[in-house]
Ligand binder design. Sequence first.
Ligand code: NAP
Ligand code: HSE
Length: 418
Amino acid sequence: MSTTTEPRVIRVALAGCGVVGAALVRLLRDEGPRIEAVHGVRLEVTRILVRDVERPRPAPLRHSLLTADVDAFLAADADLVVEAMGGLDPALRIARATLAAGRRFVTANKALVAAHGAELAAIARRTGAGFDFEAAVGGGVPVVRALREALAGAGVRAVRGILNGTSNFILTRVSEGMTYDAALADAQRAGFAEADPSRDLDGRDAADKAAILAWLAFGLDPARAQVERRGILPDPDRLARDAAAFGGVPRLIAECVERPGGIAVVVEPVVVTRDSLFGATRDEENAIVVETRWNGRIRLAGPGAGGPPTASALLGDMIHPAPRVPACGGPEDSAPVLAVPDDRSHRWIVSVLGESPDSADSRGILAAAGIGIDEWHRGGRELRIRTAPCPREAIARAVAGLEAAGGKPRLARYEGTC
Ligand code: NAP
Ligand code: HSE
């Protein structure tokens, strides 16, 4: 008597065959036999949506699978739709139609999940469809499933991390002397950057991911997260020099933290020591720390961008039994979880250009805003100050004063051993 069982066949329609989609097709070829043997699942791609069907694809696929017609794509014979296209149109239309038809929808698109995740989750709950987005946050780092499942009972108090591989790659490289332009070009060539890289550089990509984590950890509707956001622009090399003056390195850090009355979500450059967890997170790696009431501090780290890690996260969702679809907060009639400003005090590093030699003006402006100075350095015409802890409004007032005085101030939070 044979003990073998037939694998469960899952027919897959894939929207997008660029960096991530093409890597997924390659992974399906290379990992398919192992997945069938271990998980008893055979994945068969039945349709692929692209913009240009004639463009060469770095993936082993039959040309006849390709279409540029969204309606033809939606009519494909498929149990599961994977979206690796990006943007909201036609991704949102595909997501709504897939979930409304009770089919499973798996996406890498953080912009889509941040803007419409709660709506899509509501459709999925109504129709019983699966809605998964591990690849949308952390690239290959399994933080979405950790928050949705393993840490669901841990009493999360805060989630903080490096969530954008491109900006981390640039900050790592400029700290080692590479020019910003060369570092950005390398990140784009490696497939880490968004189609519109300004989303990486100005912090929008990290803000979308932070909003998704705030949803999973605290039930805050990601579309209402009100993220306080500053990216690494306009001059990441200056951020690196400012950090080095205080013995650190800059990192773009996203945070979702419980505060009185709600959840504060922040994305901004932070100066950390080189040997801290975030300081040691190099290039396109991501690192995330989840602080919990009952399970201490959980640290997750690994490749945060690029085709193969992201495709492996998609593939994990595709073969995993669909988990509980996340809700927003408690029962439908309970008060929503609110977004609140970050009311904590922090140390800050402020640098000012073109200072007069005695630097009294800038330090006077900080003092007038009620901000103490822990340490300061002068290098040429650059003055760099590390402040005593003070609230965000105070430092914002001081920066406005420095701007008005023509000092072209640059601000980073100082955390040291974060
Ligand atoms: P990409 O290389 O630009 O690929 C996008 C793909 O979608 C291309 O195949 C493109 O077709 C297709 N496409 C785009 N707009 C379309 C439209 N209107 N109609 C039909 N096809 C369309 O992007 P990617 O880097 O693979 O990223 C895809 C998604 O994954 C994005 O949401 C991104 O944020 C997310 N993501 C990316 C990474 C990463 O490291 N790259 C990591 C995690 C998540 P053509 O090829 O014909 O132009
Ligand atoms: N552009 C994104 C990044 C891709 O650099 O992190 C991974 O989401």
